[in-house]
Design a protein around this ligand. Structure first.
Ligand SMILES: [Zn+2]
Length: 136
């Protein structure tokens, strides 16, 4: 598995305008539950630097693997992944400087890939069926 390059993994992932928000990433092939879809990598930064980039540069493309912060701002695909409470992908540990994007369920051709961003603010602006119908 590790002999696969990041490019080979993500070649079926493409970017398109999204119904959810701005641009999104989609799959051009059927993906089975638990299948690895792509490698999430970028610039490894410290927690302080993460906070600075979020506050000063409005950078919303930073992933956290429990230890390291990975800034995907300069990537051409993974930075566009959108939040959906009914997500179809999950993020799993890979190594110190990267993560795996893994299918949380079967994903159909041309379906948008989504994850649960997992922070409270997102639920206030989320327009998935769950959040739209929630009494607040
Ligand atoms: Zn939602």
């Amino acid at each position: 598995m590790d002999s696969y390059t990041s490019k080979e993994f993500e070649k079926s992932v493409y970017v398109k305008d999204s119904q959810i928000h701005g641009k999104g990433i989609y799959t051009s092939r059927f993906i089975k539950t638990d299948e690895k879809i792509m490698i999430i990598s970028g610039e490894v930064i410290s927690g302080d630097e993460c906070e600075r980039r979020e506050n000063e540069e409005n950078n919303v493309y930073i992933f956290w693997n429990g230890e390291t912060y990975i800034d995907t701002n300069k990537t051409d695909k993974i930075k566009y992944i959108n939040h959906d409470c009914n997500y179809n992908c999950e993020v799993q540990d890979r190594d110190e400087s990267s993560l795996w994007l893994v299918a949380a369920r079967n994903i159909n051709i041309d379906e948008e890939l989504t994850i649960d961003y997992g922070y409270d603010e997102i639920y206030e602006t989320c327009c998935c069926n769950n959040c739209e119908n929630k009494e607040s």
